[in-house]
Design a protein around this ligand. Structure first.
Ligand SMILES: Nc1ncnc2c1ncn2[C@@H]1O[C@H](COP(=O)(O)OP(=O)(O)OP(=O)(O)O)[C@@H](O)[C@H]1O
Length: 436
């Protein structure tokens, strides 16, 4: 078989594929007048390929001229720039008269100089192009950089709680019966424990769930960081990742970590650890969150809090679920706020009173959010509320929320209204303002 025939065969393998799976909520703007490639980026195993396959399959069902091509297929590996030209020829043979043309290229980074090709087919031939990519060689974020201005980039994280429920066959409406609420809360514990990676959600067996999660940690560590950046000190990088992930929802100090590692006989320089931190951020394993201040230098110099891309990855480190539930909830809230594309910070006043999330909308601070598992103990309630009310005065923001496990209420404290909203309701996008 010639190379062209092999490529055509791969195209045909996908052409009428029916892709089902769980419907994702990522909404991408598909205004065909905008001549830009759509790039899906995100952590490994989040479902990027699956998503563009779903998109492709829908277009095909609607009779559109579309071709999907996986550039990691072993039949043509490694692909060359000439292969991409061949692909366009195959496309025109299949769809000679198409005016709306779609190309879906998976793992595009495998082709050298692929960005020249993408620009050309968009500008000269008027193709709509969808891209994904992630590998130890070129992580997805770089795709966006390589296409400078000619791409719209969308971030795909593991399943949101709503998607997770959908994967479990549960569609929730606006109002829930008492029984439904109980089911949702039980599933929420599973979501916090094992996270939202599609494959993990769909595996039933808890042993296999854990095993899959620890394999994900290994892939992220060895492929995306060690191989990609040529890291030699395996012991140090492995320990660093463990310390980083288990510090979730806490401030993380590279300096302090360097001292600790030295103390236990793992000798590694502070600068090396700063690089490791950047590598794990770049590989979408962790997200740092900066402290808010009106002084930009203070924002840059603050110690970040770290959140992990999926709560299941945290539990791959066998922490005790019961002891970390408050922080797992905080992590889940962070991920949801990020999905909603908010600009986020944490806040701490000069007396050390902290607000977990400060949401910015342009120049304004649009919401202050506190996260606390239980508000039953009066002193906890008092502490959380007073930090919020104080911050509200300092930052001139009246939209105050406490996300917690059970309570759904509005309280007035010091002339300010504070919404108490249960985690499940927040994650499903509910709003306690209009609950009875
Ligand atoms: N929406 C979905 N419904 C059901 N299963 C899914 C869905 N999305 C992904 N999966 C499953 O999750 C796994 C990972 O998905 P996929 O390969 O699309 O991820 P990816 O982000 O492209 O990963 P990588 O970056 O490692 O290539 C696959 O086994 C896939 O079948």
């Amino acid at each position: 078989m010639s190379r062209e025939e092999t490529m055509a065969q791969i195209v045909m393998d996908y052409l009428n594929l029916s892709v089902k799976g769980v419907e994702r909520e990522l909404r991408i703007s598909e205004d065909i007048r905008i001549n830009k490639a759509i790039t899906i980026i995100g952590p490994r195993r989040a479902g990027k390929t699956f998503y563009i396959l779903q998109k492709f399959s829908k277009l095909r069902k609607a009779g559109k001229a579309a071709v999907f091509f996986p550039l990691d297929d072993d039949r043509i590996y490694p692909p060359t720039p000439d292969d991409l030209s061949t692909l366009v020829r195959v496309f025109y043979e299949l769809f000679p008269d198409a005016d709306e043309k779609y190309l879906f290229l998976d793992e595009i980074q495998n082709v050298p100089n692929w960005e020249l090709f993408v620009k050309r087919v968009m500008e000269r031939d008027g193709f709509r192009v969808y891209l994904t990519g992630s590998s130890s060689k070129l992580l997805s974020r770089e795709i966006a950089t390589a296409l400078r201005g000619r791409t719209l980039t969308f971030e795909m994280l593991p399943f949101s709680f709503r998607e997770f429920l959908r994967a479990k066959g549960i569609e929730v409406g606006r109002y829930l019966s008492t029984r439904e609420e109980a089911v949702v809360k039980t599933l929420l514990r599973e979501y916090l424990e094992f996270g939202g990676f599609p494959e993990v959600v769909l595996i039933e067996d808890t042993y296999l769930k854990r095993k899959t999660l620890s394999e994900y940690v290994d892939v992220m560590l060895y492929r995306d960081v060690v191989e990609r950046h040529g890291v030699k000190n395996l012991k140090a990088v492995r320990l660093f990742l463990k310390l980083l992930i288990t510090s979730f929802a806490k401030e993380f100090s590279v300096n302090r970590t360097a001292r600790y590692m030295k103390g236990i006989g793992v000798d590694v320089s502070k600068n090396t650890l700063y690089s490791y931190f950047d590598y794990f951020e770049e590989a979408y394993v962790i997200f740092p969150l900066k402290k808010f201040s009106y002084n930009l230098r203070e924002v840059e110099n603050s110690l970040p809090k770290v959140y992990v891309v999926d709560t299941g990855l945290i539990n791959a480190y066998s922490l005790r679920f019961g002891e970390t539930i408050g922080r797992l909830i905080e992590n889940a809230v962070f991920l949801e706020l990020r999905r909603r594309e908010n600009e986020l910070y944490y806040f701490r006043d000069e007396r050390g009173r902290e607000v977990d999330f400060l949401v910015k909308d342009g120049k304004d601070i649009s919401e202050l959010i506190q996260v606390s598992y239980s508000l039953e103990a009066p002193e906890t309630f008092e502490r959380e509320i007073s930090a919020l009310v104080n911050a509200s005065e300092k930052l001139d923001c009246e939209n105050l929320t406490i996300i917690n496990w059970n309570r759904d209420d509005i309280r007035e404290v010091g002339g300010k209204k504070v919404r108490l909203i249960p985690l499940w309701k927040f994650l499903l996008g509910g709003d306690s303002n209009d609950s009875p």
